[in-house]
Write a protein that binds this ligand. Structure first.
Ligand code: FES
Ligand SMILES: [Fe+2]
Length: 439
């Protein structure tokens, strides 16, 4: 349990807040590149409680600027994309992608006033299907060479989805390895051959055991957590009756990202990005170590479950997440269908917009959550003391750029000597990879 004050400290993200100041020191997903694939590439972005407009100018370069015009506050989303910038539709002030006002067509001829006018703007970079923004002070940090960034575009698919809750409870489901045995339980196993693009439906490691069965039959993982240069690594051990152990390696990448195995071929790197205090988006990069990603199929699978343009899930609180008691009895643990995203969405939204952590009771399986909260509190203290370089991946730039991986894998090993097994399985996968995935 924590105090209300502590809960506010860790969850609130607006400008000037404690957690918000930590999040602003890292690149944040602002949009999918797909969203800008329109005749008029201008989209609204609400990020960390700030209302912004993302646009691609006529040179093809991206700009992320304040939603409100600094003249008299009109909405820049309805601006005209022309003449090297985005031009406010009220009096025609034109702003380039850096936020500089380059023209005020209604001011007297020869006026130089525009030189002193800037609209708030943030640097943006596009990486493998996601547009990232840096909203913090000073220079942005370099990107680490995570697999999702190191892989070529052909091997990465990006998507996102809206969840109606605070970012922290959304992220915390990703560092809670025990829930997969319950929330995502399938009472029957499907053929793993039909598992493409889906999580927890492949075979476990090199065996013929479906992941669904393994998770169902071994619900008490032994969870080990260690701090790393990028955040933390979680190793969940499920000791099986036959003397073997299932080793699942997942990661928290500071501050709000997880990296987990999806299948033997793919991993998911997933950001839990605050829209504001009470809403967040998950942004995922699905990275393949095997074949190029079938983006058409993966997009189709996910578009069936989401509504555009806001990527809101079609199953949601308003329709009870599709809850069906017959299905809950016979097919799934939740009765909410086979898409595990819906299960996670229900779990985190059903806590309330901001989970009341003054009422919670953490158990042994919550060891990752406890450690993460300590890391976030330490980061908040360091920011307050001006020691930004003490935060993960905010120290020496070369060290940050050299961070690779992280290893995210399901492996099966003899219980004796499991410690080496996941490193070996991962090494084998990387050595056979078509792109340079060496660590
Ligand atoms: S309010 Fe935007 S130009 Fe006047
Ligand atoms: Fe989950």
């Amino acid at each position: 349990m924590m105090s209300q004050e502590q809960n506010d400290l860790l969850t609130r993200v607006g400008r000037g807040t404690d957690a918000g100041s930590v999040l602003r020191l890292y690149w944040q997903p602002a949009a999918l590149a797909d969203e800008l694939m329109t005749a008029r590439p201008v989209v609204p972005v609400r990020l960390l409680g700030e209302d912004l407009v993302l646009f691609r100018d006529l040179e093809g370069k991206l700009g992320l600027i304040d939603r409100h015009c600094p003249h008299r506050g009109a909405d820049m989303l309805y601006g005209r994309l022309e003449d090297g910038g985005l031009r406010c539709a009220f009096h025609g002030w034109n702003f380039d992608r850096s936020g500089q006002c380059i023209e005020q067509p209604g001011e007297p001829e020869g006026s130089q006033m525009h030189k002193n006018i800037r609209i708030r703007s943030y640097p943006v970079v596009e990486k493998n299907g996601i547009v990232f923004a840096y909203m913090g002070p000073g220079d942005p940090p370099p990107f680490p060479a995570l697999d999702c960034f190191a892989a070529p575009d052909t091997h990465v698919f990006a998507f996102k989805g809206l969840w109606e809750c605070n970012w922290l409870q959304a992220m915390e489901v990703g560092i809670d390895p025990a829930h997969a045995s319950f929330l995502h339980r399938f009472l029957q196993d499907e053929d793993p051959a039909d598992s493409y693009g889906k999580q927890f439906r492949d075979k476990a490691g090199e065996t013929d055991i479906p992941m669904t069965r393994l998770l169902r039959e071994y619900p008490r993982p032994d969870i080990k957590v260690e701090e790393t240069d990028y955040g933390m690594r979680l190793i969940s051990l499920r000791h099986m009756e036959d003397g073997r152990t299932h080793v699942r390696v997942t990661n928290q990448i500071f501050p709000e990202t997880i990296c987990i195995p999806m299948s033997n071929e793919m991993t998911i790197t997933q950001w839990h990005v605050p829209v504001d205090d009470e809403t967040c988006y998950w942004y995922s990069m699905f990275t393949s170590f095997g074949r190029p990603v079938d983006k058409t199929l993966m997009r189709e699978q996910r578009l069936k479950e989401h509504r555009l343009p806001d990527y809101a899930p079609i199953k949601n609180r308003a329709n009870n997440y599709g809850y069906n008691p017959d299905e809950q009895r016979d097919v799934t643990y939740t009765g909410m269908g086979l898409d595990i995203n819906v299960h996670d969405q229900w779990a985190v939204e059903s806590m309330g917009r901001i989970q009341d952590r003054t009422e919670e009771h953490l158990g042994r399986t919550d060891v990752g959550i406890m450690k993460y909260r300590r890391m976030l509190r330490a980061a908040i203290d360091n920011v307050k003391n001006g020691q930004i370089e003490a935060l993960p991946m905010r120290g020496d730039a070369e060290t940050t750029k050299a961070i690779r991986g992280p290893i995210s894998i399901d492996a099966i090993a003899q219980t004796e000597g499991w410690e080496e097994s996941w490193i070996q399985s991962d090494g084998a996968r990387r050595s056979g990879c078509a792109w340079d995935a060496t660590l």
